[in-house]
Design a binder for this molecule. Sequence first.
Ligand code: AP5
Length: 190
Amino acid sequence: MAGKKVIITGVPGVGKTSVINESMTRLEAEGVPYQNINFGTFMFEVAQREGMVKDRDEMRKLDKNAQKRLQQLASQAIAKIEGNVIIDTHASVKTPAGFLAGLPEWVLRELKPDIIILVETDEDQILKRRLSDATRVRDIEGARAIADHQNFNRAVAAAYATITGCTIKYITNADFLIDRAVEEMMQTLR
Ligand code: AP5
């Protein structure tokens, strides 16, 4: 079964995982099942096994070539999964050396996405969510830097669409309006 491959991205703290989880639960009840694959978890399993990092937030600080190798291994493993698949990942990753493309050409060639979704919201809301999430080691940066990252993600997503022919969908996950984001995501995934 070929299935649909949907890549879902968003800057850390935008709430993409929350929107994905709720959408999947409701779609399952409608008889439209998706597997949810977290790209970072595939990378982390290798990085942890090889003693490169202790937590997932350390990965974006690794040497660029090490991150690229982990990306490649993750994309090869994920490409083998059949059926309707959501791939929860990043359009770009902010590293100490600058933005690293989350979906470079060799990753896209493996994953062959039908759609790439960008979950977004206002930068001040993202900043507030990061500050209140004690479970993660989030980068602390200002609202302007977060806005720059979201802008870069739109630019790089345009390049991904050009390479693959996939469509790009923006979904807003605003404060108190997560249901609206879930509804829009469900429509896109159906
Ligand atoms: P990943 O696991 O994707 O980490 P992340 O970016 O921190 O993503 P999260 O899933 O934790 O953030 P989220 O925004 O989805 O937040 P959540 O739903 O929890 O990636 C880990 C690492 O893997 C990366 O740093 C990178 O190193 C690596 N990686 C992954 N893909 C890669 C790739 N392609 N290439 C290279 N490296 C890669 O929500 C956050 C908070 O907001 C919660 O408290 C939630 O309750 C709240 N919230 C959500 N929605 C709302 C709302 N509408 N209103 C109010 N609050 C809300």
